[in-house]
Design a protein around this ligand. Sequence first.
Ligand code: ADP
Ligand code: MG
Length: 321
Amino acid sequence: MATDEFSLIAQYFSDCGAAGDDTLLGVGDDCALLAPPIGEVLAVTTDTLISGVHFPHHSPARLIAQRALAVNLSDMAAMGATPRWFQLALTLPDSDQNWLAEFSAGLNAMACDFNCALVGGDTTRGPLTISITLIGSVPSNQALKRSGAKPGDTIFVSGTLGDGAAGLAAVEGRLSLSAEDAAFLEERFWQPQARVVQGLMIREFASAAIDISDGLVADLGHIVKASQVAAVVAVDKLPLSPALCRATAAERRLTWALSGGDDYELCFTVPASGLAQCQKLITDGLLSATPIGQIIEGQGVHCIDGQGLPFDVPRSGYQHF
Ligand code: ADP
Ligand code: MG
């Protein structure tokens, strides 16, 4: 880029996040040199955010940075892996110093919160696009995959569902809300709290996991497909936030909880042998999670209402193509 790409990188991206002993060489050379813990395998994930597609044009730079890292951290959480390093491929329309200062401050704050370090990337000119590759590690054979669910397992979700979709609607001015509810829901959209700590906890007993980025039905659909099983979800059991309930009528909040997307909560399955351990974490207040259904033999995700009757699910997950 024109205003000296190298000084831009040095100023804003050379010291971002929390570099530990496992970073042998970070930003500045042709490659980063990383030392994963002995006995662990690498977990690697990439997510890209495009202005106008994944967030509204002219959104605050700090929030864009945090969301870009959070969505990657959420994938790490769903694997039960510990985040360690990330690479940033940044495409900018221009080199606006205020924007860059805000962006790097937001990125730094979240990277420090989750104990990972920016170790390299690429900087180019073009329509605003942020692509982050996050690298973590997990003990061999302990990663939580999508393919481990078995008939009889209980399905849980962390946190509350539907807030992300409501938050986007709030950001876009499509909801009329109290200031307090607007703040809560908008934060749920912009700063989803990646469930990394929870991912490490459930790794002990869960049989499968995924993070909910495209909506519960779509993402649980990936688990049942990979595991060659079916799921029954009781829609009256879905955990909904008070703000979401105040913001919307019943039908719409269920639509958002089932297929709204952008929640970045975990959906995981627990075999009977792990239920007591899971329940204890919940009772002790260490894990916020709710049982919402069962894995059964068959195919697909089936929703039922409070009477046990089939519940028609509105359109499922966002797809780019
Ligand atoms: P090369 O031409 O060897 O690929 P670059 O000129 O693209 O190297 O980048 C120089 C250094 O700055 C590399 O270490 C690269 O990883 C790092 N880097 C480039 N862009 C970014 C960025 N947006 N964030 C963090 N590091 C970056
Ligand atoms: Mg390069």
